[in-house]
Design a protein around this ligand. Sequence first.
Ligand SMILES: Cc1cc2nc3c(=O)[nH]c(=O)nc-3n(C[C@H](O)[C@H](O)[C@H](O)COP(=O)(O)OP(=O)(O)OC[C@H]3O[C@@H](n4cnc5c(N)ncnc54)[C@H](O)[C@@H]3O)c2cc1C
Length: 453
Amino acid sequence: MSKSVAIVGAGPVGLAAAARVLERGMTPIVLEAGPEAGHSVRQWQHVQLFSPWEYNVDKAAARLLVTTGWNSPEPQVYPTGAELLERYIEPLATKTPLRDVIRTSCRVTAVGRAGFDKAKTKGREQAQFEIRYQNGKGPETLRADAVIDASGTWGSPNPAGAGGLTAIGEREAVARISYGMPDVLGKELARFAGKAVAVLGAGHSAIGTLTDLTTLAQQAPGTRPIWLLRGTEPAKAFGGGANDKLSARGELGARFASLVGSGQVLVEAGFPVAAITQADGRLRIATSSACCGRSIVVDELVVATGFRPDLSFLGEIRLRLDPAIEAPVALAPLIDPNEHSCGTVRPHGARELVQDDPGFYLAGIKSYGRAPTFLMITGYEQARSIAADIAGDKEAAARVELELPETGVCTRGGVESGSAAGCCGGPAKQDVSACCADDERAKQTGAAGCGCS
Ligand SMILES: Cc1cc2nc3c(=O)[nH]c(=O)nc-3n(C[C@H](O)[C@H](O)[C@H](O)COP(=O)(O)OP(=O)(O)OC[C@H]3O[C@@H](n4cnc5c(N)ncnc54)[C@H](O)[C@@H]3O)c2cc1C
C-alpha cells in the first residue's frame, strides 16, 4: 500500500511537498487552516516579491500545471504576492490533482505518534502519526505514515519588546498596532493616511512599509514615517545593492537609503522598545517603562521584527531544535543571524530536517525557526529531498539539485563582507557541515573553517 503523508499548510512549500509526494506514488493529505490555499501569502499579497518567477515555481508543481494548459510566467518578471496566488498557487491548488488532497479550513492542533506518548520508545518508530485538527465541526483525527510540517511562521510574529517579550502595554494597545507588512497603500490606506506611523524593524518588511509610507505621504499630507531601530547602524539595513543577485531586493535597499538620506523617513536608531502606553488616542512608545527613557508619540505602530515558529502543536513529537534559532540543529548553524546573514545558505534537505521521530520533518519557512533569510526556492529543494527520503530513495534525498541566488553583502562572524563573488563565496557544494564555500574550502585545507559556523 502506498505511504500516506500528512502535510501541514498549503503555502508554496506545502503544495510543492504535495506535488513531490504525489510524483513519488505516495498519498499526500494537505491540511490548511485558512479557507483557501496560500492563506498566509494572501495576507501580504500587496507586496512585490524580490525574487523573480524563475525562483518561485517548484519544478514538480510546474509539471502538474502544464497538463492543465498553464501558461508559465516569464522567468525574469517579479510578481506581487497577488500574482503569485493568481498565476501559481491557485491554479496549482484547484486545477491539478492536488485539488483532491487539500482540505481547507482544517487547523492542525496536535501531532503525536498513535498509542505512544513522547516518553515511550519501544516500537515507536513503527507507529503511525496521529494528527488532530479542527474543521469547524469538532476535532477530527487523521493517521499518516509521515508528516511534513510546512505551516509557516506568519501566524506568530515577534512582539515589539526588544528582549523578545511583549513590551509592557503592547497587548492593551493592539488596536493601534499592526504586525508584519500592512497594505498601507491599499486596503489599509485610511488607517495610515495623515498619521505619524512608527515602523519597528530592520528587515525587508520594515523598509518596504516605510518606503510605501513615503509614497502615501505624497498623496496624504501629514503622513509621517518614523523608523524605529533597536540597533545603532541604520546603514546595515540597506542591503547588498548592486551586488545582490536578487536585484529587486538590492534596489529596495538602495531606494530606501536615499529616502532616509533625504529626510523623508525620520530615524530613531538605538531605540529598544520597552513600553507602550495610550494617551488621547495616540501611542507613547518608550525605551523604558520607568520615567527616564527616550520616547516618541505616534498614531500607529507597525511591528516588523520578524516571526517565530509555532511549536505549540508539536509537544508530543521528539524535536531536536537549536535552542536559540528554533531550527533543526543541523540547519541552525547555516542560517544563524548572529553569525552570518547570507541568503546563500547551502541547499539542504531531509538529512538536516528530519527529527528524532523518524518520518517527521519541518519544511518551508518554519524550518528556519527565527532566522529571517528563507527563500521559497530553498523550500522547494527541501520538499524534493524529503519526499525522496520518505519514499526510501536515500540517494536522491542526499543529492543537491539547487543553485541559490547570492546576496551581495552579508555578515560573517559579525564582520561585514561585500563581495562581487557573492556572500562567503556562495553556498558550499558538498560538505554538510560547511555553511558556505569559504568555510568548505577552509575545512578542506585542514583549518577549522572560516568562522561562519
Ligand atoms: C512579506 C513577505 C515577502 C516575501 N517575499 C519573498 C520573496 O520575494 N521570495 C522568496 O523566495 N521568499 C519570500 N518570502 C519568504 C517566504 O518564501 C514566504 O513567506 C513563503 O510564503 C513561505 O512559504 P511556506 O509554504 O513555508 O509558508 P506559508 O506561505 O506561510 O504557508 C503556511 C501555510 O500553513 C497554514 N497554517 C498555519 N498554521 C497551520 C495549522 N496549525 N494547521 C494547518 N495549516 C496551518 C497557513 O495558513 C499557510 O497557508 C516573503 C515573506 C514575506 C512575509
